[in-house]
Ligand binder design. Structure first.
Ligand SMILES: Nc1ncnc2c1ncn2[C@@H]1O[C@H](COP(=O)(O)OP(=O)(O)OP(=O)(O)O)[C@@H](O)[C@H]1O
Ligand SMILES: [Mg+2]
Length: 383
């Protein structure tokens, strides 16, 4: 759908922002440009919608040289999202979203109606539609920015560091939302970030730009992490690489063991040794937190169970509707749990069992051994 053919950009001041770029972006894919500051990511993206013109080489969209397409028409087919949403401050949320359709001749009324639908789609409460951007949180503004880019239903979405100004928790939410949207809408998305974690979370394909405007590697996330093509990429993705690789491994086969549970009503009568932990559950066996001997003693001295329990760690759902948890989630559950036991729950949130960090690591080793065996069996056949 989008193709860079031997594209370079040298700015009049002599800076070469993009060097000999060859890249093909398939329709419906989520492609992330990642790399250090000044690596040419934004410049490369802006050549897609002709905000920047290449010094040499050609950018094709739908097999047409973008120079041969009227810039206004070209951009109509591309939503553009930037940091902090880039909203018009003197227009309400709904009118911000309706801007482009109105410019294109849609009546204000039907553009507003459509805007409300898109706002719902990106997870915004309709009561926010009448507010001005300054009356929204950063995360909400960012969602409006995405809604505005989607309003004219363009096949291509260009997103330049859209989530870098929001805090990590909100960013996680927005990333999840983005994945969900993409599975519904199947746009061709080009997304710029300097955060390799964000790239791995979002991208089907990742283009790593080096410091001098060169493309260092273009691969799916798993290949990128497992086999960096250059020293630069190895270094760039290197930090936490093993840990990140866990997110590509299925956790549904991790053996779960029984977890000692008790309802809140039974807590004060428990006899626990030092080092024992019990998982407090509600009437539907959903985890409410962990308690140890000290906590039990506190309840006998008058504390409520809620006050005496330690907040639980993260939970994971080994398998739900054909989707599997990954080993990173399982490990995170174990190491974030005060008892050292990560809690697995079913689709309804009820406790299935527990797993320790060492068991997750053992599962990793088991999967690697199985892969080695498969490779050994394959090798002679490939000759
Ligand atoms: N209009 C311009 N004139 C001159 N140099 C420019 C211009 N725009 C960008 N550059 C330079 O081109 C290089 C690449 O810039 P670009 O904005 O594409 O990088 P980036 O990878 O998006 O960086 P960041 O992660 O900081 O956003 C930088 O050295 C930058 O200073
Ligand atoms: Mg940039």
């Amino acid at each position: 759908m989008i193709r860079f053919s031997d594209v370079s950009k040298r700015f009049p001041n002599g800076t070469v922002a993009v060097r000999d770029l060859d890249l093909e972006i398939a329709a419906g894919s989520f492609t992330v440009f990642v790399g250090p500051s000044g690596g040419g990511k934004t410049t490369a993206m802006r050549m897609i919608n002709r905000m920047v013109t290449p010094t040499s080489g050609t950018v094709f969209v739908d097999d047409r040289d973008v120079r041969d397409v009227d810039a206004v028409r070209l951009r109509r087919g591309m939503g553009y999202v930037i940091q902090s949403g880039g909203l018009l401050p003197h227009r309400t949320v709904v009118d911000n979203v309706a801007t482009v359709p109105v410019l294109e001749g849609t009546s204000r009324r039907s553009a507003r109606r459509a805007a409300l639908d898109v706002l719902a789609r990106v997870g915004l409460d309709p009561v926010l539609a009448g507010r001005y951007p300054a009356q929204l949180s950063g995360g909400q503004q960012q969602r409006v920015g995405v809604a505005r880019a989607l309003a004219a239903d363009p096949p291509i979405l260009l997103m330049d560091e859209p989530f870098s100004a929001v805090d990590p928790v909100v960013r996680d939410e927005l990333q999840r939302e983005m994945r969900r949207l993409q599975s519904e809408l199947r746009k061709t998305i080009v997304f710029v970030t300097h955060d390799i974690d964000e790239a791995v979370t979002l991208g089907d394909r990742i283009a790593v730009f080096g410091p001098a405007g060169t493309l260092e590697q273009y691969d799916d996330p798993q290949t990128l992490l497992a086999s960096p093509a250059t020293d630069f990429v190895a270094d760039f993705v290197g930090r936490d690489r093993g840990y990140r690789g866990l997110s590509f491994r299925d956790a549904s086969a991790v053996p779960l063991h029984d977890v000692r549970t008790a309802p809140a009503s039974d807590i004060s009568s428990l006899e626990l040794d030092a080092g024992d932990w019990v998982l407090v559950v509600d009437d539907r066996r959903r985890p409410r937190g962990w308690i140890d001997a000290t906590g039990v003693a506190a309840t006998r001295a008058g504390a409520t169970v809620e006050e005496a329990t330690a907040a639980g760690g993260s939970l994971f759902t080994p398998s739900s509707h054909g989707r599997h948890a990954d080993l990173r989630q399982a490990l995170d559950a174990a190491i974030s749990s005060p008892s050292g036991v990560g809690v697995a729950v079913d689709e309804d949130g009820a406790v299935l069992g527990g797993v320790r960090a060492s068991e997750v690591v053992a599962q990793l080793a088991e999967q690697r051994r199985a892969e080695d065996r498969t490779r050994a069996l394959d090798a002679p056949r490939k000759g």
